[in-house]
Design a protein around this ligand. Structure first.
Ligand code: SIN
Ligand code: CO
Length: 403
C-alpha cells in the first residue's frame, strides 16, 4: 500500500501521517471511515456465536443493586451462553462481548485487510459487541491500540484522556472499571454506522449504546509486555543453552572477607546474563515465534493421518486452493538473499525466501502457482497437517448452521 495515498479509512490522512501523528500517541475520530457500512453480523447472529463451545464470550450487566438490595453495580458472566441467558436479560444496560469473531466469520476477517498499513503481526483479533440502550462495559482503559468501528446503531463515546496504568479501579468485579472518569468536553461523540474511533493504549474511554441495534467492532493489537518478553525470551534461550555455560571467576583476586558478595562477583554474573541475552539472531527467532502464537491453539486441528504430498499436488493442479486457517498467524524474516524463516503459529521454518513471502502475505492465493517454488509441496503438506492451512473455512460453516 503506498504510504502517501490519502485513505478514507483514516479520514483522508495518509498512512504516514497517521503513523507519525496518531498511532500510539493520540486518538482519531473518523466519520465515514467505511462508506455505507453494513454490519457483517446481526445481534442475533452474534448471540448465536456466544452460545458456541470454544468461543470466548462475556456478558456485562450493570445494576444499581443486586436482588437483595446490596450495592452491586456490575455483573460479569462468561460463555458459552444459551437461549435462556438472553431471554432473561433486561431491556437496557447490558453488553455482550464476543472475542475473535474474525476466526469464525469470513466477512469479519476481511475487515483486517483494511489495516494493511500496519504490520500484520501487530494485529490481534476482532472483538464484536452488542448492547441495548444504556449498555456499556464502564469507563476503562486498554493496554493496547484499538480501532472501534460502529457496525450498526449508535454508541456515544467519551474519552477521559491518558490515564496512569495504576489509576484506581472498582474492586471486587471481574472487570477493570475506573473509579474516576473525567470526560474532556471535546472528546464526546455519538458514532454512527461506518464511523470509527482510533484509541492509543492507556486512554480512558466509555462507550454507551444509544439504540437497540448497537453493534461495535473492536480491531485490537498485540504488544507483549516487558514482563512477558523477558521471561519468554529467557525461557526460549534457556532451552538451548548448555549446562556447561556457567558463572565463572577465573583469575579473581583474593577476597578480604569471604562472606562478602562483592562488586566484581556481581559484575561477572551481570556479564554472563547480558552477553547471553544480547543475541540479535536468537531474539529475532524468538520474536517471530511469539508474535505468531495463536490465541486459541485448540482451534487449530492437526490432522490425524499425514497428507500424501502427491495427493496435495494433484488437488492444487486440479484447481483447489488452500486457505490459511482462521486464527493462524504468519510472518517472515530474511536470513540471506535466498532463505527466510517463515514463522507460523509460534513455530519457525527455514525455507526459500519467495515461498515464505508468499505464504505470509494474506493477499497471495495458495494455489498451484506456488508449486513452482522449491520445497513448496513439502511445506504445504506440513502446514496442512499442522492445522495452519486448511481446504476451507470449516469452523465458520459449523457456526452458521447453529447460529
Ligand atoms: C464495547 O464494544 O462495548 C467495548 C469496547 C472497548 O471499550 O474496548
Ligand atoms: Co476498551
Amino acid at each position: 500500500m503506498p504510504s502517501h495515498a490519502p485513505l478514507t479509512l483514516l479520514g483522508g490522512l495518509t498512512a504516514s501521517d497517521f503513523l507519525r501523528d496518531h498511532w500510539q500517541q493520540k486518538p482519531l475520530l473518523i466519520r465515514g471511515a467505511f462508506a455505507e457500512f453494513e454490519s457483517p453480523l446481526s445481534p442475533d447472529e452474534l448471540a448465536g456465536l456466544a452460545c458456541e463451545e470454544n468461543v470466548e464470550a462475556r456478558l456485562v450487566e450493570e445494576y444499581g443493586h443486586d436482588e437483595k438490595g446490596t450495592p452491586c453495580p456490575w455483573k460479569v458472566s462468561h460463555g458459552p451462553f444459551n437461549e435462556d441467558t438472553f431471554a432473561h436479560l433486561p431491556e437496557r444496560n447490558w453488553t455482550l462481548l464476543v472475542q475473535a469473531v474474525d476466526h469464525y466469520v469470513p466477512e469479519v476477517a476481511e475487515l483486517l485487510e483494511q489495516f494493511s498499513f500496519l504490520p500484520r503481526w501487530r494485529l490481534d483479533d476482532i472483538m464484536m459487541s452488542y448492547a441495548p440502550p444504556g449498555g456499556s462495559v464502564g469507563p476503562h482503559l486498554d493496554q493496547y491500540d484499538v480501532f472501534l468501528l460502529q457496525a450498526s446503531g449508535q454508541r456515544r463515546w467519551q474519552l477521559g484522556g491518558k490515564v496512569s496504568h495504576d489509576a484506581p479501579i472498582i474492586e471486587g468485579i471481574d472487570l477493570r472499571i475506573l473509579k474516576r472518569f473525567n470526560v474532556s468536553a471535546d472528546h464526546d461523540w455519538v458514532l454512527e454506522p461506518g464511523d470509527m474511533l482510533y484509541l492509543p493504549p492507556g486512554w480512558a474511554h466509555h462507550g454507551v449504546s444509544q439504540s437497540d441495534d448497537c453493534l461495535t467492532i473492536s480491531v485490537g493489537f498485540r504488544a507483549p509486555s516487558a514482563d512477558e518478553a523477558v521471561t519468554s525470551f529467557a525461557d526460549y534461550l534457556g532451552e538451548q543453552l548448555p549446562s556447561s555455560l556457567r558463572y565463572s571467576d577465573a583469575g579473581m583476586a583474593v577476597s578480604s572477607d569471604t562472606s562478602e558478595l562483592d562488586d566484581a562477583a556481581v559484575a561477572r554474573m551481570r556479564a554472563l546474563i547480558l552477553d547471553t541475552l544480547d543475541d540479535p539472531a536468537q531474539l529475532a527467532q524468538w520474536f517471530g515465534r511469539v508474535m505468531t502464537q495463536t490465541k486459541y491453539p485448540d482451534q487449530l486441528s492437526p490432522s490425524d493421518t499425514p497428507t500424501d504430498p502427491a495427493e496435495l499436488i494433484s488437488l492444487l493442479q486440479e484447481g483447489d486452493v488452500l486457505q490459511r486457517t482462521p486464527g493462524s498467524r504468519f510472518a517472515w524474516r530474511a536470513i540471506d538473499t535466498q532463505r527466510a524463516t517463515l514463522f507460523v503459529d509460534g513455530d519457525g521454518l527455514i525455507i526459500h525466501l519467495p515461498l515464505a513471502q508468499a505464504l505470509a502475505n494474506p493477499d497471495t492465493p495458495l494455489d498451484h502457482h506456488l508449486l513452482a517454488e522449491d520445497g513448496a509441496s513439502e511445506l504445504l503438506t506440513h502446514l496442512l497437517d499442522a492445522g495452519s492451512l486448511c481446504w476451507h473455512w470449516e469452523v465458520q460453516e459449523d457456526m452458521a448452521d447453529n447460529g
